[in-house]
Ligand binder design. Structure first.
Ligand code: SAM
Length: 415
């Protein structure tokens, strides 16, 4: 007779066996939760100031608990907190500008109004720690993608991909405007923008509202270099060598995002990569950067990429395997080694063209911090053969046939 542990195990198994179906609910429910999520993210942008001021107030309270003679040893402590408060308010101004009018950002989705804000649109409710952490990461993402300070990082992450696109589709040997490149999980859009800037037809895809609001702001509403300022490191209270490191500004954008060639074909599409991209044989190149580990099951991503690439098309990938769902309760997470991923890719029928298994790369690094993470990333290029020997399952899954609720080109993008 099975004991209760067995029963739990088998019901869990069932749940995850149908994980694609598990996340589906009725279209009405899905639309409702999508709208709620949209408003929660906007609320998080507005709650930022209160949240971070509370953190600084805590630092002040703790300081004031110190004996007088200790406080006197630290004459710069309170002035630094005042600087932090100034920086928080400046960050809030930028965040406010980012979410200004973003209700009209999506072409094919109406988000109505937040029931909480009905009486007073200026009202802000406390946001979750999870959302505030996402917002702080988004602020750091501006450094990676749109500042001079992020150039070194972009050179390690984006440049290898861009160089290979130019090698495989040389501008002097083909009409690059006819080469269709897709960048799934595009973040704030710099990689996709750089590819479009070189004349390729390029589409970025992203599903996080934090990223979508922010990329929409830079790509569509910024048109002058280095005119905006963020203070991305103020949330870091540990590992600062100098107090002023915490409050140093970063200006952006380091390029004019409107400086794409006249006839360029650049778009950003919102939605889940697997749900949006179901049409087969469309793309000449799929470029993934720090993306494949965002999957519940990376094999789903491989399958989608195989399906959407034209025969003869290439998939290039650079990044680590820091599985996003690994530590999330009730979320399916298949953590594969690179060795296993590579074997699966080859079994699909992809042909390996290039492999570098040790590419040092950073992600939103604070270059003055006493703690830094260095990823030993893999970089590979595989090709879907012109004559396909199909080993993988190419049948579109039910879950991939549904349109994403917030799929759509974002405002004013060149398409
Ligand atoms: C680690 S970030 C990398 C962003 C960007 N490629 C870069 O290198 O800066 C992964 C991005 O993928 C996005 N993402 C995760 N799952 C996605 C999905 N299923 N469809 C589209 N985007 C997704 C996340 O919102 C996040 O912006």
């Amino acid at each position: 007779m099975a004991d209760s542990t067995d029963r739990t195990a088998s019901s869990k198994q069932e749940e995850f066996h149908n994980y694609r179906e598990r996340i589906k609910c009725s279209p009405e429910e899905e639309a409702r939760s999508e709208k709620q999520h949209f408003w929660n993210v906007i609320n998080a942008f507005k709650y930022y100031r209160t949240h971070v001021h509370e953190r600084v107030n805590r630092a002040e309270r703790h300081f004031r608990c110190l004996p007088d003679h200790h406080q006197k040893l630290l004459p710069n402590f309170l002035p630094n907190l005042s600087k932090l408060r100034y920086c928080i308010d400046r960050n809030q101004e930028v965040l406010q500008a980012i979410v200004h009018n973003c209700i009209h950002m999506f072409e094919n989705m109406e988000y109505g109004e937040d029931s909480f804000l009905k009486e007073d649109p200026r009202k802000v409710r406390p946001a979750s720690t999870f959302d505030m952490d996402k917002l702080k990461s988004t602020i750091k993402q501006f450094v990676r993608d749109w500042s001079e300070a992020g150039k070194a990082e972009r050179d390690t992450c984006y440049k290898p991909l861009i160089d290979e696109i130019q090698r495989l589709f040389p501008p002097d040997q083909c009409d690059v405007s006819q080469i269709r490149v897709l960048v799934p999980g595009a973040g704030l859009g710099r990689l996709a923008w750089e590819i479009a800037h070189r004349g390729y037809s390029c589409q970025g895809n992203e599903w996080s509202f934090f990223m979508l609001f922010s990329s929409n702001f830079v790509l569509n509403r910024c048109d002058e270099e280095n005119t905006l300022t963020l203070y991305p490191w103020i949330h870091q209270f540990s590992n600062n060598k100098m107090s002023s490191d915490q409050t140093r500004p970063v200006v952006f954008p380091d390029v004019n995002p409107q400086s794409l060639p006249e006839d360029s074909d650049f778009s950003m599409v919102a939605g889940d990569f697997q749900e949006v991209y179901t049409d087969p044989d469309i793309w000449d190149c799929v470029a993934t950067c720090f993306f494949i580990d965002t999957a519940h099951n990376v094999l789903d991503y491989i399958e989608t990429i195989w399906n959407i690439l034209k025969p003869g098309g290439v998939w290039m990938n650079l990044g680590p395997l820091l599985y996003h769902y690994e530590n999330m309760a009730n979320e399916l997470s298949i953590e594969l080694s690179y060795e296993d991923i590579k074997a699966a890719i080859l079994k699909y029928g992809f042909e390996l063209e290039l492999e570098r298994d040790s590419v040092s790369s950073t992600y939103t690094e604070n270059d003055r911090s006493m703690l830094k993470y260095l990823y030993d990333s893999v970089f590979f290029i595989v090709r879907k053969p012109v004559d396909q020997l199909i080993n993988g399952d190419q049948t579109p899954k039910d879950g991939q046939m549904e349109d994403s609720l917030y799929t759509g080109n974002t405002e004013g993008k060149k398409t």
